[in-house]
Ligand binder design. Structure first.
Ligand code: GAR
Length: 197
């Protein structure tokens, strides 16, 4: 099986869905590490409850020294020896040097239909633009932020009266379908995009 490390910053609902899907004995991958940049990340407890090893590299003591922070991340990853890294609500921007080490082996989920709305506040921006549909994307991580080959997308309608919160909740339900579907394919060596409605 392919060894998967999942990087999180918060609640980790996408991480939970990936780990649950990998519980299938026929899955081509297995979770070997959940790594957080915040000791208060709610996903850490959920990972432990699911029996997945966890580690924390708190970014704050590094005071903006990204290279040193990433060296510490790299050290944890080298211990776990993942074949694939899944960023799942990991809210630190990674430098080109780190990304290049893992390029072709690192995935990210982003809450918009890329190439629209790279970066933050994607739901508010989709509403502001008057979009009638929105969604989420899983892509390979390349040095440019929220760029890189698209491995899957799922769409949702924007509904009258939506707020960023109601729209985010609708998108998150699709993230929970999309990311496990993409990881299954990717771990089996298939990069054909998964397109969900
Ligand atoms: C998800 O909506 C994910 O797409 C987003 O953060 C949320 C994490 O939720 N990621 C980004 O915005 C990355 N820039 P989760 O912790 O419950 O999976």
């Amino acid at each position: 099986k392919k060894r998967v490390a999942i990087l999180i910053s918060g609640g980790g609902s996408n991480m939970v869905r990936l780990v649950e899907d990998m519980a299938d004995p026929d899955h081509p991958a297995e979770p070997v590490l959940v790594l957080a940049n915040d000791p208060a990340a709610g996903g850490l407890e959920k990972a432990r409850a699911l029996g997945v090893p966890t580690a924390v590299v708190d970014h704050r003591p590094f005071r903006g020294d990204r290279a040193a922070f990433e060296a510490a991340l790299q050290a944890e990853l080298e211990k776990a020896r993942p074949d694939i890294i899944c960023l799942a609500g990991f809210m630190r921007v990674l430098t080109e040097g780190f990304v290049r080490k893992w390029q072709g082996r690192m995935l990210n989920i982003h809450p918009s239909l890329l190439p629209k709305y790279r970066g933050l506040h994607t739901h508010a921006r989709a509403l502001q633009a008057g979009d009638v549909e929105h969604g989420c994307t899983v892509h390979e991580v390349t040095p440019e932020l929220d760029d890189g080959p698209i491995l899957g997308q799922a769409r949702v309608p924007v509904k009258p009266g939506d707020t960023p919160e109601t729209l985010a909740a609708r998108v998150l339900r699709q993230e929970h379908r999309l990311y496990p579907a993409v990881l299954r394919r990717f771990a089996a060596g298939d990069r054909t995009p998964v397109m969900l409605d």
